[in-house]
Design a protein around this ligand. Sequence first.
Ligand code: VG1
Ligand code: CO
Length: 542
Amino acid sequence: MRVIDTVPFDDQRPGTSGLRKKVARFRQPHYLENFVQSIFDCLDSHDSKMLVLGGDGRFYNREAIQIILKMAAANGFGEVRVGRNGILSTPAASCEIRKCRALGGIILSASHNAGGPDGDFGIKYNAENGGPAPERLTKKIYARSREIDGYRILDATDVDIDRIGEHRLGAMLVKVIDPIENYAGLMERFFDFDRLVALVGSGQFRMRFDAMHAVTGPYAHEIFERRLGAPSGTVVNGTPLTDFGGHHPDPNLVYASDLVAAMNGPGAPDFGAASDGDGDRNMVLGRNFFVTPSDSLAIIAANARLVPGFSAGLKGVARSMPTSGAVGRVAAALGIPCYETPTGWKFFGNLLDSGRVSLCGEESFGTGADHLREKDGLWAVLFWLSILAEKRQSVAEIVQGHWSQYGRNYYARHDYEDLDAGVAQSLLDHLRAGAATLKGRRFGGREIALCDDFMYVDPVDGEVSRKQGLRILFEDGARIIFRLSGTSTEKATLRVYLERYERASVPQNMSTDEALASINAAALEIGEIRERTGRNAASLVT
Ligand code: VG1
Ligand code: CO
């Protein structure tokens, strides 16, 4: 065991979901090690405890795993369970932590960010409930990273992580596990697989799942093709690549354009879906039809009773603040609470652990439930298949039926990417400073009822999170939210979320652009976006 002297880096503050930096930054001597030691130093007692370890297979995944194994051994962990080939999707890691009652887990991923030697790398710590470290822990880890002066590592040869088996690393046991088995088993218990086989394996129904060369490929082959009997070829881009084939592994209409083309072209399948780098996001498509993630969450809530995993009904639901209010309308109809949290899955943990909610989601293509403590891409796809198996309608009919019952929340997120960080920050600061003066002003025929900086008080532990996004709420229920991304690695991304509600009695046949045009114009004006950024429009709309 060696203790290596080191000096702190000043940029190891975890963002929305772990620490993300360029691969080159992570490969700087001591960079990864400092952060890992900072995590270990902040855990109560890890002597002889178990850790789960895996990642999305991106460039530097394998090297990082070897370093972390040797550091875990030198720090006194009793056992590390690592996914074969270093692979564990984020939901599968959550599943393993819970199943084997580990102290926690380390997931190596920068999720939807591009990979490869010039791309991004990331690391996140999940706690014993299987969920992302809460803010009080990430703050502690950051503080520790600012004063660290040494880390412990074992001098040892690399462990063979490509075959299932057990190895000794000093006094520590390394178990290389099948990354799929426990997760697939959990899905079999949550859903009625016989019913899904009757749909997916019937030969009458066609689906296409695009794994975007990211981590869900092997999981999707196993679950859709082998267990549910979908014809081979249903899963495309199913082999994880270290650079995701040069693409952004982000399931949205822009980055999953092949899938979108297949779903909009002649002979399109009945159902299409895609997942992101680490397998926690999902996009759901019908023939010529896109389901917004916020609508998807609401429709899952409305159909909760169709799946065995929710046979007792929903206790409550939660959505991140920028997510549309659609799920809240379902919750109101069901007579259950709907919580509104800041962006990031870590804020759902306490609500799920305390039994306040059973289902939660984010507008950023994230949906999940109390079966785990992470959002879960394949779970959402299996949920949609369960709805389709029951209703035997098209995706478009299901969504339109939902709108005709609950009304429609027209919704879009406008991202202004690659902004100068100072410019983006001052735009937000300016909004914050002027928030109090906006009430009562009118834009495009709508009056502003409230403008504030979203603050969250966790109902379980009372922890307060401030400055979670500027909210502009109009009297008719329309909203504009401004916030800065906490997952970008170099330049800043301004996210502007636009929403407007139309009652069920109104025909829901506008395009999203049309419906949100005047709200977008108000956002440009209120945020002084053109003047401050030089941009006339978003670089990415989802
Ligand atoms: C984005 C999304 C957020 C999500 C986070 C992590 O964060 O907006 O909803 O939880 O990514 O998702 P931000 O700060 O860039 O807006 V993932 O799939 O990276 O684990
Ligand atoms: Co992700």
